[in-house]
Design a protein around this ligand. Sequence first.
Ligand SMILES: *[C@@H]1O[C@H](CO)[C@@H](O)[C@H](O)[C@H]1NC(C)=O
Ligand SMILES: *[C@@H]1O[C@H](CO)[C@@H](O)[C@H](O)[C@H]1NC(C)=O
Ligand SMILES: *[C@@H]1O[C@H](CO)[C@@H](O)[C@H](O)[C@H]1NC(C)=O
Ligand SMILES: *[C@@H]1O[C@H](CO)[C@@H](O)[C@H](O)[C@H]1NC(C)=O
Ligand SMILES: *[C@@H]1O[C@H](CO)[C@@H](O)[C@H](O)[C@H]1NC(C)=O
Ligand SMILES: *[C@@H]1O[C@H](CO)[C@@H](O)[C@H](O)[C@H]1NC(C)=O
Ligand SMILES: *[C@@H]1O[C@H](CO)[C@@H](O)[C@H](O)[C@H]1NC(C)=O
Ligand SMILES: *[C@@H]1O[C@H](CO)[C@@H](O)[C@H](O)[C@H]1NC(C)=O
Ligand SMILES: *[C@@H]1O[C@H](CO)[C@@H](O)[C@H](O)[C@H]1NC(C)=O
Ligand SMILES: *[C@@H]1O[C@H](CO)[C@@H](O)[C@H](O)[C@H]1NC(C)=O
Ligand SMILES: *[C@@H]1O[C@H](CO)[C@@H](O)[C@H](O)[C@H]1NC(C)=O
Ligand SMILES: *[C@@H]1O[C@H](CO)[C@@H](O)[C@H](O)[C@H]1NC(C)=O
Length: 499
Amino acid sequence: MSFARTLVPLSVWAAVALAAPAPEPEALPHPMVTAAPVVPRDFEPGTYVKSLVSGLGSDVSSYVASGIPQYFQDFPTGDKVKKSLGIDDKDLEATPTQVLNVPAYANWTDEGWNVRVHGNVYKLPNATQEKIDDLANVFLIGTDIEDLPPNQQDQARNVTRSIYVVQQPHQNVTVHFENDVSVEPDASGGVINAKGGAQVIKLPYETTVEGDFDTFVKLKNTTGPNGGHMMAGNETKSIQSLNMYVNGTMSGNATAYLVPPTGFTIISDIDDILRVTKIYQPKEGLLNSFARPFTPWMNMPEIYANWSASIPDFHFHYLTTTPEQVTRNYMEFIYKTYPLGSFDTRPLNFSDVSATLQIRRFLLDKIFQTFPQRKFILMGDTTNSDVMKAYPALVKDYPGQVQCIFLRNTTATDDGDLFPYDTSGFEGIDQKQYMFFNIVDDLKNLDIVGGNCYNPNVKQNVTFGFQGRGFGNAAPKQSSVTSSAFGLFVLALALNMLM
Ligand SMILES: *[C@@H]1O[C@H](CO)[C@@H](O)[C@H](O)[C@H]1NC(C)=O
Ligand SMILES: *[C@@H]1O[C@H](CO)[C@@H](O)[C@H](O)[C@H]1NC(C)=O
Ligand SMILES: *[C@@H]1O[C@H](CO)[C@@H](O)[C@H](O)[C@H]1NC(C)=O
Ligand SMILES: *[C@@H]1O[C@H](CO)[C@@H](O)[C@H](O)[C@H]1NC(C)=O
Ligand SMILES: *[C@@H]1O[C@H](CO)[C@@H](O)[C@H](O)[C@H]1NC(C)=O
Ligand SMILES: *[C@@H]1O[C@H](CO)[C@@H](O)[C@H](O)[C@H]1NC(C)=O
Ligand SMILES: *[C@@H]1O[C@H](CO)[C@@H](O)[C@H](O)[C@H]1NC(C)=O
Ligand SMILES: *[C@@H]1O[C@H](CO)[C@@H](O)[C@H](O)[C@H]1NC(C)=O
Ligand SMILES: *[C@@H]1O[C@H](CO)[C@@H](O)[C@H](O)[C@H]1NC(C)=O
Ligand SMILES: *[C@@H]1O[C@H](CO)[C@@H](O)[C@H](O)[C@H]1NC(C)=O
Ligand SMILES: *[C@@H]1O[C@H](CO)[C@@H](O)[C@H](O)[C@H]1NC(C)=O
Ligand SMILES: *[C@@H]1O[C@H](CO)[C@@H](O)[C@H](O)[C@H]1NC(C)=O
């Protein structure tokens, strides 16, 4: 089945010229200054992690080898970006301010629709290709950009440029809501156009020191074309959409999805479930993330298209802990391959080790609390330790809100994955509520709405506990070995080698 594209193509990065002047770049705090990496004294790095890291060569810094993702400290910001690119404040002044505007969800409250607007304000420095190629080569450990086919060279340069942006703190952000999302009937989980609600809202706060904005705003019930209005959330089951762009947009708009209080929402991770990443093989993970075009994993698009068409008013929410800087590449891939929906990536203020391990849970709590009466379908894979921990915990923490948990067992189709994982959270959860699956077809013919999330043909031989996978079953004392596709060594070690 082919998934029909339905809304306007969303290119979610909006280039804008903001009214406010660029702040003094020196004002940007340097994360390294504020948070030195704290490695728990009793942390025992897994043998597997060590072997992977040592397999990459000698340049990997020791604290990456300790198995804790460190790039939250070392992701380049402010002065570091400028230094790496060899540019100064004058060069930056001439470049326009841009905005990453992330597709939003809204809940229904006594005061009307309440939209979570989130994104980032930044400048894209005008770096020379030579400089970008040098930086790209750092990410492409062991591969020279010159040796890649031209389309992969372009992709590697594009991603590298996206990472080397200078975030803009203390900016006012003004969001325009419009009624011009064009939706075909009966597609994309029944998303329909809002018939009113166009308005301009200035966000109540300036951007954070990292250039982020993330706040709920209340929509007024304004009259649309032909006297139409947004429907109240308690009077419709449909998801209504509004176009949403930031003041002065030059390219790309996002969509806001007004999601009624009851119904089903799927929260889907992306790497190694919706696309082939192979994070568990770092060199492949790097090439798949930095250079190669994103490729769907098997026939997942078929399953999502079916769910979108057959589960009434199904809300799709894509939640990945990939760094905000590369959000756009993820969104472009998702929106041309999977049903449209709202999005979450890692905000930039999660910048110390403890926060690193909590990002996914923080974002999950936010959406569960925003829709306390909706039921959630959670999709992920066994290589994310934060998924393995958070998903079963939500069953206990939000009784009745988790409808299904689906976890792709990456080892089943790829014996190159020897990544350890921990299944202990699933002990005691009703088998009807979750399934470890091997191939996409295992997800066919499930009765999700009826709460039968287990396909009896897929043998579950789950031992509850830490699965050391041939590298010793002694659980590391610090439980999180990895937290996102980019999270573990990939960007981390690349960036650490740079600094
Ligand atoms: C929907 O909610 C609004 C605001 O809380 C309320 O005034 C209205 O009566 C509700 N409508 C229905 C059908 O419950
Ligand atoms: C970017 O820099 C190059 C020189 O390196 C210059 O020719 C070009 O005009 C600059 N572009 C912008 C948009 O400033
Ligand atoms: C990356 O490519 C997209 C087109 O796919 C373009 O819109 C975007 O501006 C590029 N980003 C950078 C940082 O060059
Ligand atoms: C943002 O808006 C507020 C309120 O209008 C104003 O006081 C503040 O100076 C503005 N900030 C900037 C950087 O323009
Ligand atoms: C907006 O007002 C119209 C007309 O009074 C009403 O029918 C509609 O339910 C309202 N919508 C919202 C979102 O409050
Ligand atoms: C932002 O929007 C306001 C209100 O629509 C307008 O007055 C202002 O000129 C806009 N600023 C920019 C930079 O587009
Ligand atoms: C974004 O939305 C505005 C307002 O609806 C529209 O004028 C503009 O053409 C859109 N831009 C893109 C790139 O779709
Ligand atoms: C990051 O910012 C959000 C608000 O934008 C806040 O709720 C959250 O607690 C912050 N997280 C950290 C780790 O500081
Ligand atoms: C709407 O979302 C906000 C923010 O998460 C939450 O505080 C509020 O309780 C939600 N309202 C309802 C009626 O669910
Ligand atoms: C995953 O697949 C591997 C290989 O088939 C198997 O040994 C393991 O038990 C499976 N794990 C789970 C949780 O099903
Ligand atoms: C499509 O989804 C519906 C409802 O979730 C289900 O009944 C049907 O079996 C699915 N078809 C396939 C091929 O998965
Ligand atoms: C289940 O797993 C255990 C150990 O993990 C293994 O000894 C046993 O053969 C497996 N059983 C089946 C039916 O796969």
